[in-house]
Design a protein around this ligand. Structure first.
Ligand code: NG1
Length: 477
């Protein structure tokens, strides 16, 4: 068995344990003889984003690294057209659901919705793909699977535990069904998987998890997904520290996140109209239509075209755009089942959000070059500027995130910023390998010591850029 890059001995042992679990369940199910199916294990890492925050759903670039923390899913085919699901962590209870064209979600917050999201993504993608590359893989000829999950990416910490789960599930399910896609197409397929659980996410996390490369950051562009691997300088270290403020994606954070998606889409449409560009729905469309664009100028043009904030009922925006309120509502907020609920008591911020996204895009493009050139000091400054913009214009930092970022800087980091959606979760700090201990010490003393509880050892670490997701065949019979 040849092992792809990324699997370490511990992960292989975890896969073997999951395989034993899957085999035992398959045997029990088939009355003693169902345990001989091939067993596959997919490993998908979490990610930490170095810079390029809240740009992906505007179709604008990001610069994450896949990390050396993973989720593993083992899977074997079963005869029933269903997914039988176990989790190595007894805190996450077992599930079973039918494979059907449209899989109904469990209640909001159920961990297995991420598994359903991934399976639904595979079903949708291959139904669509079959139109171009017959024969189509319809839901009726997909095999069911017994699956077992072992996730080691800390949840709700901004490190994409959810992408690690959706990616590993999709890849294991494809392996069981002998379906193959290259990395870019797999990333495109799972990019929207979180829409299933109600988050209008942009696809950075899944792309980073799939396309990750050891010792490299990834400059990822969207529509279509493209990736340039940027070598991490040998003397660079990444310290990731969890603020212990839970960024719970199923509640308030989801509402705030989706609200930002709507605000950015409105800014794009208004700017597109002001600049007489056709078919603009996201800020990326504006940027792509204007080679030589610059953020400050676009922000000025937006300010000239609309007030900085608009009413949440979209009426004012519809007037500016010359479209009906109902049509704009349906396009931006979606259909009833997965509709974005906007708090109607708060105005929508257009200018600030666009200023962050456009200035962040300039920073990301610059960051890929300075990182590649090993100019860590400059990279750190870009990260600091990113945090400031996220705090002031995107309003997704918190007092605690600001405090922990400050500790990292005081400890000698070149730069530090919140990573992921914010509203809690983790920060990432860039430092010299030799300086990582001092940064950690500063965070321990200045931040964790004041929390009065727990064990900082498990909350902060030096993380390494690791390989992307892959599948191994664990055939043992
Ligand atoms: P986190 O908070 O790490 O899940 C979220 C989105 C990303 C991206 C970032 C902000 C999900 C699953 N992912 O990341 O697509 O938009 O926020 O840059 O919501």
């Amino acid at each position: 068995m040849s092992i792809p890059d990324g699997w370490d001995a511990d992960e292989l042992a975890r896969a073997a344990k999951l395989a034993a679990l899957v085999r035992a369940r398959a045997r029990a199910r088939a009355g003693g003889d169902g345990g001989d199916a091939r067993i596959f294990a997919a490993r998908a890492p979490g990610r930490v984003n170095l810079i390029g925050e809240h740009t992906d759903y505007s179709g604008l670039p990001v610069l994450p690294v896949a990390i050396d923390r993973s989720t593993i899913v083992a899977a074997a085919a079963i005869t029933a057209a269903e997914i039988e699901l176990a989790n190595a962590d007894p805190g996450w209870s077992s599930r079973r659901f039918a494979i059907e064209r449209h899989i109904p979600a469990y209640q909001t917050g159920d961990w297995a919705n991420y598994v359903k999201a991934a399976i639904q993504g595979v079903i949708d993608h291959f139904a669509w793909r079959g139109r171009f590359y017959p024969p189509a893989t319809s839901v009726d000829n997909l095999r069911g699977a017994s699956m077992a999950v072992d996730g080691r990416v800390p949840p709700a910490a901004g490190l994409s535990s959810s992408a690690a789960l959706t990616v590993s599930t999709a890849m294991a399910f494809m392996a069981v069904n002998e379906l193959e896609l290259d990395g870019i197409e797999t990333a495109t397929m799972v990019a929207r998987s979180e829409w299933y659980v109600g988050t209008r996410a942009g696809g950075m996390d899944q792309a980073a998890s799939i396309l990750g490369r050891r010792d490299h950051a990834l400059f990822i562009e969207f529509d279509p997904i493209r990736v340039r691997a940027v070598k991490m300088p040998a003397n660079a270290a990444l310290v990731v520290a969890d603020s212990r403020e839970i960024a719970d994606k199923s509640g308030m954070v989801r509402a705030e996140y989706n609200r930002r998606v709507v605000e950015c889409a409105l800014a794009a449409r208004i700017l597109g109209r002001a600049l007489k560009l056709d078919g603009v729905t996201i800020l990326g469309d504006v940027v792509r239509a204007l080679p030589g664009w610059n953020a400050a100028q676009l922000v000025e043009q937006l300010a000239a075209a609309a007030p900085a904030r608009l009413g949440a009922d979209l009426k004012q925006a519809a007037d500016i755009l010359g479209v009906s309120q109902a049509a704009l509502d349906a396009e931006l907020l979606g259909q009833p089942a997965t509709r974005i609920a906007l708090d109607s008591n708060r105005p929508l911020e257009i200018l600030k959000r666009a200023r962050h996204v456009l200035s962040e895009t300039e920073r990301v493009i610059r960051a890929a070059d300075v990182l590649e050139a090993g100019r860590l000091d400059e990279m750190g400054k870009l990260m600091n500027a990113s945090h400031q913009s996220l705090a002031d214009d995107f309003e997704c930092s918190t007092r605690r995130l600001d405090a922990i970022v400050e500790c990292a800087r005081r400890g000698g980091a070149f730069g530090a910023r919140l990573t992921g959606a914010g509203f809690g979760g983790s920060i990432v700090a860039l430092c010299d390998v030799a300086g990582a201990d001092a940064v950690i010490e500063s965070i321990d003393r200045g931040y964790y010591a004041k929390l009065n509880s727990g064990a900082p050892e498990s909350w902060r670490a030096v993380l390494h850029a690791g390989a992307g997701a892959s599948v191994i065949d664990l055939r043992t019979g």
